[in-house]
Write a protein that binds this ligand. Structure first.
Ligand code: SRM
Ligand code: SF4
Length: 568
C-alpha cells in the first residue's frame, strides 16, 4: 500500500491496539456505562457492539443515551447443542433484554447487555464452549454452511470444512482470553502477555480492511445464499464424496446510496479447488484482500470493490501469485435448488429433524405465543441437536420417532404455529433487527414486516396465490443485513417509514433485483404490490415464480400495468 494513502480512523485504532487491546482493559473497569471511540471499534472484533436503546433516547445518562451492548456468538454452520442454546437463553433472561436473536448468518445475538455485565456474559458464553471472538470486526465472520440434517458423507464434509475455515481464520491474539476469560482481579492477564511477541500469521497487525464472509453450499441446496459472500464455495460431489469446490469471489450486499460507487454484487466464479487445496486458496484470497483492499475508505473496502477495480483476471493472477500455483478453471456446476429445511425431514439414520420457523429470528415470549418457553422445554426434555438456518430459523435434530408427537405437542401447548401451518409468504420472509437496537436503522424492519405480511396474506388468499414461494426481505437501511438485493421482493428502508421496493430477484439467489419504486410509505407497500400479483396471476408462464415474472416483464411494464389498474 502506498505511503500517501490517508488511512481511515478505524485503521489507526487497529494499528495502535496491540492486537485488539487498545484502551479496552482500562475502559472495561472505569465508571462509565459506555466505551470510547477506539474501543467501540476494537470491541467488534471481540463480538461486542456498543448500542443504545433508540426508543429511550433522551432518557439515558451521557448524551441522553441508554447505553447497552449487543453480544454476537460465532457458530460455524449454526450447529450447537441444546445445552449451548439453553445457556444463551439463560443469559438473555439474566442480563439481556429477555429475547435471543437468531441472525441471518446462523449465529446468535444477545441484546441489551449492560457494560457492567459484559465480562460475565462473555465468560459464560465461553464456558458453554461457544465464542464471540471474530463474530464482528474486520475479520472473517461466522462461516455459513448448509444446515441440512441429512446423515450423509457430503454434509459431514462441508461441516468439517466450515469448522476448519473458522479455526484457520480465527484471530490468534491472546487479547480475547486476557480480557474476557481471566478474572480482572487475579493478575493472570499479565501472564498472558500481549503486543510485540504475538503474531497474526494471516491477518498481520491491522487485520483486514473490512469484514469478510464465507459460505458453503451444495448445488442442490443454496440455502446459505452462496452468491452473496465475499467468498462462496459450491461443493461438487460424486458418489457421496466431494471432488472439489467452485470458488466464487466478490459477493456482497451493502450499499451507501449517497456514494454512487457502492453497489450490491453477486459472487463471480474464480476457480475450482480440490478439497486438499481449498484452504490454501481461501488463504490466498484473504491475503490479497488484506494487502490490496481499500484501507482509506471503508465504504469501498469490501473485496467486491477490489475485484471491480482490477477485473477478475487481474485479481485471479494476484491470487495465483500469493498461492504460488495456477488456479484451475471452475466447472459448470452451479446452484439448482434451495431448501429452508422447515417441517419434518428424515435424516437417513432412523432419526428426524424438525425445522421451526422463527419469525425474524426473535426467540421471545408474547401474550399470544410462548415461543422461548417452548424452545426451552424442547431443549430440556428432548435434548435435540440444534441448527440455525440462514433464514433466522431453527432445526431440532436427532428426534427419535417416538418423540415427534411430543415435540409438536410442546409447540402447540405454547401457542406456537407449526411450520406446516405457516403461510408461504411468512415462511420465506426475513427482516433485519433495525429499531430499537441498530444504530444504523433509518426505518423499522423486524417490528414492521409481520404486519405487512398479515396484509399480504389476505391479498394472496383473495387471488388464490397463497402457496406461491417467493422471498420477501426487509431491511431498515440499505446495508442489506438480510440480503434483500437478490430476493423476489426487497424492501429497503430509505427514510423514516419509507422503503425502496426491489423486484425481480429469485429464491436461488443468483440474480440481483431492480428498483421498482422508491420512497414507498410503509402503509402503502402491500397496496403497491397487490396489482402486480393480479398481473402475475393473469400472465405468468407455466411454473414461473413471482421474481422470474417481474424480471421478465421489467420495471416499465410492471409500472404501466399498476398505473392502469389505479386509473381504469
Ligand atoms: Fe449486518 C452492520 C445486524 C447480516 C451487511 N449489521 C450491522 C450492525 C452491526 C449495525 C452496526 O454496524 O452498528 C447490525 C446490528 C443490529 C442489531 O441491533 O443487532 C447488523 N447483520 C445484522 C444481523 C443481526 C441481521 C439479522 O437481522 O439477522 C446479521 C448478523 C449476521 C451474523 O450473525 O454475523 C447481519 N449484515 C448481514 C448481512 C447478511 C449476510 O452476511 O449474509 C449483510 C449483507 C452481506 C454483506 O456483508 O455484504 C450485512 N451489516 C451489513 C453492513 C454493510 C456492509 C457493507 O459492505 O456495506 C453493515 C454496516 C457496516 O458494516 O458498516 C452492517
Ligand atoms: Fe441495521 Fe441496516 Fe443492518 Fe437493518 S440492514 S440491521 S437497519 S444495519
Amino acid at each position: 500500500m502506498s505511503e500517501e494513502i490517508k488511512l481511515s480512523p478505524v485503521e489507526h485504532f487497529k494499528q495502535g491496539s496491540q492486537h485488539l487491546r487498545g484502551d479496552i482493559p482500562a475502559e472495561l473497569v472505569d465508571e462509565n456505562d459506555f466505551f470510547g471511540k477506539g474501543s467501540v471499534q476494537l470491541l467488534k472484533h471481540h463480538g461486542v457492539y456498543q448500542q443504545d436503546n433508540r426508543d429511550a433516547r433522551g432518557q439515558g445518562g451521557q448524551g441522553g443515551k441508554a447505553y447497552m451492548f449487543m453480544v454476537r456468538s460465532k457458530i460455524p454452520g449454526g450447529r450447537l447443542t441444546s445445552e449451548q442454546l439453553l445457556a444463551q437463553l439463560d443469559l438473555c433472561e439474566a442480563i439481556g433484554n429477555a429475547t435471543l436473536r437468531i441472525t441471518s448468518r446462523q449465529a446468535l445475538q444477545l441484546h441489551g447487555v449492560l457494560k457492567e455485565n459484559l465480562h460475565q456474559c462473555i465468560q459464560l458464553i465461553n464456558q458453554s464452549q461457544l465464542t464471540t471472538l471474530g463474530a464482528c470486526g474486520d475479520i472473517n465472520r461466522n462461516v455459513m454452511c448448509c444446515p441440512s440434517p441429512a446423515n450423509s458423507g457430503v454434509q459431514r464434509e462441508i461441516e468439517r470444512l466450515s469448522d476448519a475455515i473458522a479455526e484457520h481464520l480465527a484471530p490468534k491474539t491472546r487479547a480475547y482470553h486476557e480480557l474476557w476469560l481471566t478474572d480482572p482481579a487475579s493478575g493472570e492477564k499479565e501472564l498472558a502477555g500481549g503486543g510485540a511477541e504475538e503474531v497474526e500469521p494471516i491477518y498481520g497487525e491491522t487485520y483486514l480492511p473490512r469484514k469478510f464472509k464465507i459460505g458453503i453450499c451444495t448445488p442442490e441446496d443454496n440455502c446459505i445464499d452462496v452468491y452473496t459472500h465475499d467468498l462462496g464455495l459450491i461443493a461438487i460431489h460424486q458418489s457421496g464424496r466431494i471432488t472439489g469446490y467452485n470458488v466464487l469471489v466478490g459477493g456482497g450486499q451493502g450499499v451507501t446510496p449517497v456514494n454512487k460507487n457502492t453497489f450490491p454484487a453477486l459472487g463471480q466464479k474464480l476457480a475450482y479447488a480440490t478439497p486438499e487445496q481449498v484452504l490454501d486458496v481461501i488463504t490466498a484470497v484473504v491475503q490479497v484482500q488484506r494487502d490490496f483492499g481499500n484501507r482509506a475508505n471503508r465504504k469501498l473496502a469490501r473485496l467486491k470493490y477490489l475485484i471491480h477495480a482490477w477485473g477478475l483476471p487481474a485479481f485471479k493472477a494476484k491470487v495465483e501469485e500469493y498461492l504460488g500455483a495456477s488456479l484451475t478453471a471452475p466447472t459448470a456446476d452451479d446452484v439448482q435448488g434451495f431448501n429452508d429445511h422447515l417441517g419434518w425431514e428424515e435424516q437417513g439414520d432412523g432419526l428426524a429433524a424438525y425445522g421451526l420457523n422463527i419469525e425474524n429470528g426473535r426467540l421471545q415470549n408474547t401474550d399470544a405465543m410462548q415461543l422461548k418457553t417452548a424452545v426451552r422445554q424442547i431443549c430440556e426434555e428432548l435434548k435435540p441437536g440444534i441448527r440455525l438456518t440462514s433464514h433466522q430459523s431453527i432445526l431440532f435434530t436427532d428426534i427419535a420417532p417416538e418423540n415427534r408427537d411430543k415435540l409438536e405437542a410442546v409447540l402447540r401447548r405454547h401457542g406456537v404455529t407449526l411450520s406446516a401451518d405457516i403461510s408461504a409468504a411468512r415462511r420465506w420472509s426475513m427482516a433485519c433487527v433495525a429499531w430499537p437496537t441498530c444504530g444504523l436503522a433509518i426505518a423499522e424492519s423486524e417490528r414492521a414486516l409481520p404486519g405487512m405480511i398479515d396484509q399480504l396474506e389476505a391479498e394472496l388468499e383473495r387471488l388464490d396465490l397463497s402457496n406461491e414461494r417467493f422471498t420477501i426481505r426487509m431491511t431498515g437501511c440499505p446495508n442489506g443485513c438480510v440480503r434483500p438485493y437478490n430476493s423476489d421482493i426487497g424492501l429497503v428502508g430509505k427514510a423514516k417509514d419509507k422503503y425502496t421496493i426491489y423486484l425481480g430477484g429469485r429464491l436461488l439467489g443468483n440474480r440481483l433485483n431492480f428498483v421498482y419504486k422508491d420512497m414507498a410509505p410503509g402503509g402503502e407497500v402491500v397496496a403497491m404490490l397487490a396489482p402486480l400479483f393480479t398481473y402475475f396471476k393473469q400472465q405468468r408462464e407455466d411454473g414461473e415464480s413471482f421474481g422470474d415474472f417481474c424480471h421478465r416483464k421489467g420495471k416499465d411494464d410492471l409500472l404501466a400495468f399498476a398505473e392502469n389498474v389505479a386509473t381504469p
